[in-house]
Design a protein around this ligand. Sequence first.
Ligand SMILES: *[C@@H]1O[C@H](CO)[C@@H](O)[C@H](O)[C@H]1NC(C)=O
Ligand SMILES: *[C@@H]1O[C@H](CO)[C@@H](O)[C@H](O)[C@H]1NC(C)=O
Ligand SMILES: *[C@@H]1O[C@H](CO)[C@@H](O)[C@H](O)[C@H]1NC(C)=O
Ligand SMILES: *[C@@H]1O[C@H](CO)[C@@H](O)[C@H](O)[C@H]1NC(C)=O
Ligand SMILES: *[C@@H]1O[C@H](CO)[C@@H](O)[C@H](O)[C@H]1NC(C)=O
Length: 240
Amino acid sequence: MTLNSRLLIVLAAALFSAASPHEMWTKVTLTHHWPNTFCSMEHCHPNISYWSLHGLWPNNGNDCNSTWHFNSSQIEDLLPDMRKSWPDLLKPTSFSFWKYEWFKHGTCAAEADALNSQHKYFSKALELYHKLDLSSVLKKFDIIPSNKTYNFSQIEEVIQHFYGVTPKIQCAVSTKNTDVQTLGQIEICFDADFTLLDCEKQHITETDSKRGWHQLDGVDTPSGFKVCDHDIPVYYPPLL
Ligand SMILES: *[C@@H]1O[C@H](CO)[C@@H](O)[C@H](O)[C@H]1NC(C)=O
Ligand SMILES: *[C@@H]1O[C@H](CO)[C@@H](O)[C@H](O)[C@H]1NC(C)=O
Ligand SMILES: *[C@@H]1O[C@H](CO)[C@@H](O)[C@H](O)[C@H]1NC(C)=O
Ligand SMILES: *[C@@H]1O[C@H](CO)[C@@H](O)[C@H](O)[C@H]1NC(C)=O
Ligand SMILES: *[C@@H]1O[C@H](CO)[C@@H](O)[C@H](O)[C@H]1NC(C)=O
């Protein structure tokens, strides 16, 4: 290859990436929430006592394609599982949660061939959710909802040991009672090949503005969630 043609290729690649509005993602986060905690903050009435899906969030941004409309007919076959595993806790019979997640995260995830359709995006999230089977894992290691409190390290270690990666665990905190925190959200991370990846490790290399981008929106994460504190007992509330 001549120097000129090599230069041309480099130039073309630079132009292409400049024209492409969003970079490919390198990490995707599968987020689970505990319905009881979510509902205590958002005023809904949970009727399930397992960890349900919140979303599948790639790290290349939000709202990547506003013209790619959510169309429930394309995930018709997934709907029974969606209703069970990924319920809209606020409006159980509507599509609004999935539509929201598609626009905000799915359209960005779709930059990768593996997730470049609504069916691929939602079915991959369900597949990862079932593969992880978080509710069963916690139960198996005696982390069960109850009205006693847990040592946070105990919960974190169970997840870390079982999956072999560091999760990101968020708790709801109350300004009134700072002696306890309530288990709310558990995030497990994957690389672009859907191989498990440490959630925290990646955060260190991210810039501050990028870190926590998915915590900015009220619907996506109820305000009042933050990374659990190692020194505060954790409440894992049972369904009342
Ligand atoms: C929870 O409530 C929703 C909406 O009323 C209903 O569709 C769903 O079947 C219920 N789930 C369970 C497990 O009872
Ligand atoms: C956005 O989505 C529309 C509809 O699927 C598609 O035609 C278009 O190519 C997408 N744009 C980008 C930049 O991916
Ligand atoms: C939704 O998807 C279905 C099935 O692919 C298609 O027939 C229909 O035209 C789509 N609706 C819209 C509004 O794009
Ligand atoms: C904790 O749960 C047990 C069994 O469900 C119940 O008998 C007890 O009153 C509860 N304690 C508190 C402090 O709520
Ligand atoms: C919590 O557990 C860790 C490790 O299992 C232990 O080192 C620590 O002392 C415990 N903290 C409390 C407050 O019990």
